[in-house]
Write a protein that binds this ligand. Sequence first.
Ligand code: SF4
Length: 233
Amino acid sequence: MNNNHTDYPGFIDFLHLIEDYLTSGFKTEPVVLQAEEAGERLQEGKPEQTSTQLESLHNEICACTKCDLHFNRLHAVPGEGVGNPLLLVIGEAPGGQEDKKGLPFVGRAGQYLDKWLQAIQIDRTTNCFITNVVKCRPPENRDPHPEEIRMCLPYLEQQIKLLKPAFLLSVGRISSQLLVESTKGIGALRGGTYFYRNLPLVPTFHPSAVLRDQSLRAKVWEDLKLLRTLMRR
Ligand code: SF4
């Protein structure tokens, strides 16, 4: 990455988005759930009851001391978004900005992720929920240890049960390997559709990786287009 990128990250990201749109033939179109399907999903749980259960789960996460990651956190980061989302995005763990604010994907990578999602008409304020496999920041942003993932995974399982998303998008190696149950790298895992708890899952690169290596952008758009196709079926 050259110095100009670090001087004007937002502007450069915006240019990249335009370039992605032009070079990948990426066109945004409304993603609409079939009315019947949407109705079925909404009726599966009473919204008020689910919302209370989610709030209770997120309070539990914020007070959790099950693994050593709680020692250094400023905030646990349960996730952010709407209940009963069309899409649940799953990353690996909070970073520095997320730890400070208690919200997922709020740094530069998070803003980039929001642009990806907006390109397929997904937004955390309307039809998406964003979370991580591990809810507390690992020191120096290291990879979460297997034991930490094991301790934290029940929270994600509970979130999936309560949120009832229609589709899953895993971003990055850690969450993708976990959900696909594979040790392959993300470069080998992406490009296909999998299932986790009977939900269609599309793995792709982590936005931080794409900010570091711009050659990955076209592959991310391929994955987003695949996801968009699934959502429109
Ligand atoms: S990472 Fe998960 S298991 Fe560990 S303290 Fe935080 S919430 Fe608890």
